[in-house]
Design a protein around this ligand. Structure first.
Ligand code: XMP
Ligand code: MG
Length: 183
């Protein structure tokens, strides 16, 4: 859906569909260079990373494998606690693989910090992170993400996979959710 389909729920459009596609194309060119000559396994984190995974994978001018993990972090609906539980694990062995985690957003960094340590313990040949969005002001633990789409302000955003209470994931843009929706 387009922003006007949920007009009134959104405070501000941060990135349009065209801007997101252009940035993902830039990231893809870099990933093609960095992983030239090596097999690549993309690990998407359900459910927020579905859109960025679908677009990134199709933008890449090379073959990749894709696998998915679902994790849940305990805490309130708009703040992460860092206590993470695996809901669905990977089906792929990571031993010796070049792995790129594909995430929607680095907020506090707690989820990715936990996930990175978890996947690292499976002995991949390499492990890097690609996150479409990052909120530098919200950082509680530093995440070394090799590929970042955009640094954004510390506001709750929705769209392009990101939800509030499972809504707005299918919005084509990334937008700041209007506070009246969740307060
Ligand atoms: P952390 O804080 O652990 O973020 O880096 C973990 C997960 O929380 C979700 N998240 C958001 N979801 N709008 C959303 O729709 C946001 O602004 C937002 N910030 C964090 C997201 O699933 C992330 O992986
Ligand atoms: Mg997520």
């Amino acid at each position: 859906m387009e922003p006007h389909d949920v007009d009134g729920d959104l405070e501000e459009i941060l990135y349009t569909e065209a801007q997101l596609q252009a940035r993902i194309a830039e990231l893809s060119r870099q990933i093609e260079i960095d992983y030239a000559g090596r097999d690549l396994l993309l690990v998407g984190v359900l459910r927020g990373a579905v859109m960025v995974m679908a677009d990134l994978a199709r933008e890449l001018r090379r073959d990749v494998e894709m696998d998915w993990m679902a994790v849940s972090s305990y805490g309130s609906s708009t703040e992460s606690s860092g206590v993470v539980r695996i809901i669905k694990d990977l089906d792929t062995e990571l031993q010796g693989r070049h792995v790129l985690i594909v995430e929607d957003i680095v907020d506090s960094g707690l989820t990715l910090s936990w996930l990175k340590a978890n996947l690292e313990s499976r002995n991949p040949a390499s492990l890097e992170i690609c996150a479409l969005l990052r909120k530098p002001e919200a950082e509680k633990v530093h995440i070394d993400a090799k590929y970042v789409g955009y640094d954004i302000p510390n506001a709750f955003v929705v769209g392009y996979g990101l939800d509030y209470a499972e809504r707005y994931r299918n919005l084509r843009a990334v937008a700041v959710l209007a506070p009246h929706v969740y307060s």
